[in-house]
Write a protein that binds this ligand. Sequence first.
Ligand SMILES: Nc1ncnc2c1ncn2[C@@H]1O[C@H](COP(=O)(O)OP(=O)(O)OP(=O)(O)O)[C@@H](O)[C@H]1O
Ligand SMILES: [Mg+2]
Length: 460
Amino acid sequence: MAKKTLRLEGLPNPKQDLFLRAVAPRIAYGGARGGGKSWVLRRKFILLANRYSGLKLLLLRRTLAELDGNHTQPLLKELNGFAKYTKDNKTFTFPNGSTIKLGYCDTDNDVYQYQGQEYDVIGFEEATAFTEWMLTYIATSCRSTRTDFSPRIYYTCNPGGPGHDYIKRLFIDRIYEHGENPDDYVFIQAKVTDNTVLMETNPGYIKTLEALPEHLRKAYLEGRWDAVEGQYFSEFDPAIHVCAPFPIPRDWRRFRAMDWGYNDPCCVLWFAVAPDSHLYVYREIYQNQTSASDMAKLVKKRSVAFDEHGTQFTEHITYTAASPDMWQKRGLRDAMGGETVADTFIANGVPIVKADNDRLNGWMRVRENLQVAPDGRPFVQIFSTCRDLIRTLPLLTYDKHDHEDVADNCEDHAPEAFRYGLMTRPSPAKRKEVEKKRLIAIDPLTPLPRKNNEGGFFYA
Ligand SMILES: Nc1ncnc2c1ncn2[C@@H]1O[C@H](COP(=O)(O)OP(=O)(O)OP(=O)(O)O)[C@@H](O)[C@H]1O
Ligand SMILES: [Mg+2]
């Protein structure tokens, strides 16, 4: 039985107060990390739902896991039984008939869940994590026939992400296109220093922001939208994706991925698969001007580790996925019938397989792996010793012509090796299922039987 008294803990700080009072049709809040965005959006939703009977509100995050952690659990706690929660349709129903539906929009097709629906209020939490298509399509469901309330859309946001350009144009640069009324758009900037409660309860948090690489520090601490213009993996956050090295148990599955280069750096990454199917990148080589044979020797030499008991052992590497260009015959070598870079690696005792070079699906796979799993940790973490991967992953920017891809001129050797490695693994969503099957699975290097013309089988 729902309790009939709404008691809410905590008072808004001055910036949050401005947000709670704003009535424009489109309101953006935040623009930096830790400014109390999630808290105030939940608070606004609760207050509106309670104030207007029968109001329909939709609160969105990009992924389901983020939605649960960031809103479902806190709302259950904050509402404390005042509104009834129905798990099946993720909806809180208030005693006055108002509803807050919680939703997510992982892929472009997810927008169709909201097609034909009508909401008086829509809130995009971390709006820059959504694509412009998602933001504009879902916005068409914000309409109302009520006379006591005009529909509104709220955007909480940080700089960076697929929706960065769209949010920046409307709320920061204030450049409007035909049909957009400048008076409809209000931006309230809030930084961590505006979040008085956090500054008091967790003063160390600001130090975490101060320790970020320069461009992220400017964006997240100072709220500078120009610092991460077009950043491809805006979700990359050293605070959660980088971990301290630990001895990897001997029985964890290991594999490598490599992006070959001679004048440009060659990057080799070592991956380990934990029993819960989380991945760790635990070692890297990043250097140029090293011949293929020397690099192969170095890779072998570095594939040695200490287990949790301090005993040294040679690692069993299941496979090494390597850039397909290593199989190309080039220039003089080709004319002389010389071997490819791949041949040299194989001849020097480093068997390699061609990596899947489907760029768009590969980058998508990286993005999925950077997401936080339901257990609160990202699907992939990187040892703090892998400096060049940590340094260059956040430097990738969007290609200006193909908004799905990474721009050509980025230092992308380590991210490419990262992508090749992650593409050898199932997507996080499928991993659990596959892990079960792996108990009876075969090694990826084992040739598979194929049918021949006579109806028999051969191995290739
Ligand atoms: N007015 C408030 N009263 C009490 N606690 C608050 C208030 N505002 C924010 N907080 C608390 O401060 C912390 C950070 O706030 P919140 O998570 O809303 O920030 P955010 O801007 O969404 O952060 P992020 O950028 O990490 O998403 C949370 O623990 C939140 O509960
Ligand atoms: Mg938040």
